[in-house]
Design a protein around this ligand. Structure first.
Ligand code: SF4
Length: 368
């Protein structure tokens, strides 16, 4: 029997042919998609305004969610992690980050969902757990959307019914989990279009940030895409000599190629790009790097997000002490660069990307 396809990546157009072949009226497509994305139905039986024979047809052809929720870990602070199993047994992780809303504390926490786009990653950044075992495979659009669907339902299960509505319960979505999203461009953009569609969750593209390690040609492609997502670039070093030590992508796309691509994106989209910069002790935390970063950020009119390194089992990199972190930030601020220093959330549940998956897939070390 052929494997079922997931309903999550379906569109009104793709459902039309299925409905016509089953002798069903075309207006059912809108009802089906509403059950999926507005009501986030957990079963076919929940779709009570669809006739039984249509529900049977749907169940025969489609799966509702192509992943199983294996584990939900809540951190003692404000981060939660979901571990999902795909049809081939591969594991993928999704992170939910809560932060107080400084501007409107009464409105509850700000929720950001971080999704993955690949199983593992081929980019091989030296500080990253996701790259340790290389790339296993790309996720398809429905597997990216499945992370959103599971996370939304979990948040809604914890929300009093009076406070729920048909919108996704997240303020922002960041495509920053496991994998390089621009190396899986088509599936990632297909998933983001479903999230943005009025017949889907209608999640504003401006609330979506896509993060890349610096694939310059794909940044230029994204600059020409009609979807107005935000861009974050993992810079992590301000000179080629240091960047090439920790990010192999810098050999293919050194700063002389990457920075003009970012500039083109910013000018075509009219949006400020964020430069992500993980501070690693004795590697990229020097005053020289801070000064070079300030120059880059000023030229790009970019915001800099400093992230003290979240230490990873099996990797030797360390987080700089707070006084070095603050001095680095001060160099940027003194140069009038828009910059923030983030306190990393979720350290107690291994929230550095890829760590939860690795711990689950790898057997524990033998006892001494
Ligand atoms: S930091 Fe991102 S791009 Fe680099 S190896 Fe990890 S997941 Fe891949």
């Amino acid at each position: 029997m052929p494997e079922k396809t997931s309903l999550l990546a379906e569109t009104p157009e793709s459902l039309a042919a299925f409905l016509a072949a089953g002798g069903q009226p075309a207006y059912r497509a809108a009802q089906i998609l509403s059950w999926v994305w507005k009501k986030r139905a957990a079963s076919w039986d929940a779709m009570t305004n669809l006739p039984k024979n249509l529900r049977a047809l749907l169940a025969d052809r489609f799966s509702l969610n192509p992943t199983d929720l294996l584990l939900e870990k809540k951190s003692a602070d404000v981060t939660g992690k979901l571990l999902l199993r795909l049809h081939d047994g591969a594991l993928v992780e999704t992170v939910l980050i809560r932060a107080p809303r400084d501007d409107a504390p009464a409105a509850g926490d700000r929720l950001t969902l971080c999704v993955s786009t690949q199983v593992g990653c081929a980019m091989g950044c030296k500080f990253c757990a996701s790259g340790l075992d290389g790339l296993r495979r790309d996720l398809d659009a429905s597997e990216i959307l499945a992370q959103v669907h599971h996370a939304a339902r979990l948040v809604e299960n914890d929300t009093p019914p009076a406070l729920r509505d048909d919108r996704l319960p997240f303020d922002n979505l960041v495509v920053m989990g496991m994998g390089e999203p621009l190396a899986n461009y088509d599936a990632t953009l297909a998933a983001l279009r479903v999230l943005n569609a009025p017949w889907g969750p209608a999640f504003g593209a401006r609330r979506v940030t896509l993060s890349t390690s610096g694939l310059a040609p794909q940044i230029l492609r994204l600059a020409d895409d009609s979807l107005p997502v935000r861009l974050a670039v993992s810079l992590h070093a301000a000179t080629d000599d240091v960047r090439s030590q920790i990010m192999p992508v810098n050999k293919a796309y050194p700063l002389a190629k990457l920075l003009p691509a970012i500039k083109t994106f910013a000018s075509k989209k009219g949006r400020m790009v964020t430069l992500e910069y993980i501070l690693i002790e004795n590697l990229n935390d020097s005053t020289r790097q801070a000064a070079a970063l300030a120059e880059i950020a000023r030229d790009l009119h970019a915001h800099v997000n400093l992230i003290p390194y979240n230490e990873v089992d099996g990797l030797a990199w360390k987080r700089p002490p707070p006084e070095i972190q603050n001095a680095f930030l001060d160099t940027l601020l003194d140069a009038r660069v828009s910059a923030t220093l983030r306190r990393e959330k979720g350290a107690d549940i291994n929230a550095a990307c890829g760590q939860l998956r690795l711990k689950t897939e790898r057997p524990p070390p033998p006892a001494a």
